[in-house]
Design a protein around this ligand. Sequence first.
Ligand code: ATP
Ligand code: MG
Length: 468
Amino acid sequence: MDIKVPDKVKFILKTLNEEGYEAFIVGGCVRDMYRNTLPKDWDITTSAKPLEVKKLFKKTLDTGLQHGTVTVMLDGEGFEVTTYRLDGDYSDHRHPEEVTFTSDLVEDLKRRDFTINAMAYNETTGVVDCFNGLEDLKNGIIRCVGNPEDRFEEDALRMLRAIRFASQFDFVIEENTYKAIKRKAPNLQYISAERIKVEFDKILLSKHPKKLIDAYESGITKVVLPEFDEMMITRQENPNHIYNVGPHTICAIESLDYVLDNSDKIFDKDDILYNIKANEKDRLILKWTLLLHDVAKPLCKTMDDNNIAHFKMHDVVGCKKADEILQRLKSDNYTRNLAILLIKYHDYRFTNKMIPLRRALSKIGTDNIKYLFIIKICDVMAQNPDTHKEKFEDLRVSREKMKIIIDKADCLTVKSLNIKGNDIMNISGKNGREIGECLKFLLEKVIDNPEDNNYDKLEELTREYFKL
Ligand code: ATP
Ligand code: MG
């Protein structure tokens, strides 16, 4: 074990101990310590009651007193300290009706979801591992604490959490736990969209998003993302493809981290994608985009006389579906809008002629165009390898030409037209919406002919537009 308990956490444990209370780090941080990865947060569990905890530390926050949680603040850093507790009855598949404090650590560990998450540790006692969490951790197994059906009946979200931990650690779900998921998956309907979205985000950000296939096979996506089930059964009888829509989608998602993390090696120094940076939030948006880019293919599939499948309009229908899904999952507007924009254009053919390239750049924006290329590259990576060389080269040429447009600073927005709304009002005597429509018309013209972006020409075009 290379990870050390931080000094501040040690201080909290020691302070509680010296007053005669038991105190341990617990849950995810113990698991992560034994996996030799740095925990995101250090949770502490103690026999002290919340008010007793509060008395011992200078600064605390009442995070969830009724659930036993106090946040201890040390130099601006917060640590959650929670009293050993039992969860009461669950009647709604989500929340215990009441929680009761206990003086027995084992009771607290019993209420936790999986064996690997139900260990406690302190330096005096060492690890407390009543459910063989260490062995499951070593063997890569997600197993419920106690009877899996009962545990999923209590809180249905745990089923999606099982998939999430399997995706993060590349673990397998133990047989009885898996069977229980198959039986209890319908209970996920009682879980809020927000909690479901959090787990999906973590699955998408994980190294093994292919575990989504387990979520499909066990009946989870049928309840929380039924569109994915349709994707899983939609074949793509088309030379561009070797996978059904579902596995193609997973493969595209899996490609993203590879492309972003190796962008300094994959792309030339003068490529607009060279060393492209994407923080976690951007990555997540791109992964949602990839998850949903072909969501409408099942709806748009047709077969031609040669038994070749086509998916006309799946981009347009796809952005409507994606909008619906992301709203349903309570995604933030920024994510939703960017994902929809990228889905709309994911299959747009630049044809490598300047006008369609400028048009795309104008619609998508200079910042987002890089993301569109990344999406397109991941999409191709999940298509028939025989077609890769040609498609990648085509995209490379598009980027080269895009760069010329960007460098030349061609006019791509209404704002950068060399005529203003007021000028158009003066020329035409019109106002309101008609001015906006005229500006759009002028932008189209300038996109077709960048050299037309001068006042005299734009005035002439305005007169033409209003037939003056
Ligand atoms: P992460 O690294 O993503 O924070 P974590 O294991 O710490 O993973 P949290 O959601 O932060 O997960 O929860 C902390 C601990 O609380 C878990 O390790 C587990 O012991 C317990 N826990 C959390 N959610 C549940 C739940 N729905 N049912 C039972 N126990 C839970
Ligand atoms: Mg945690």
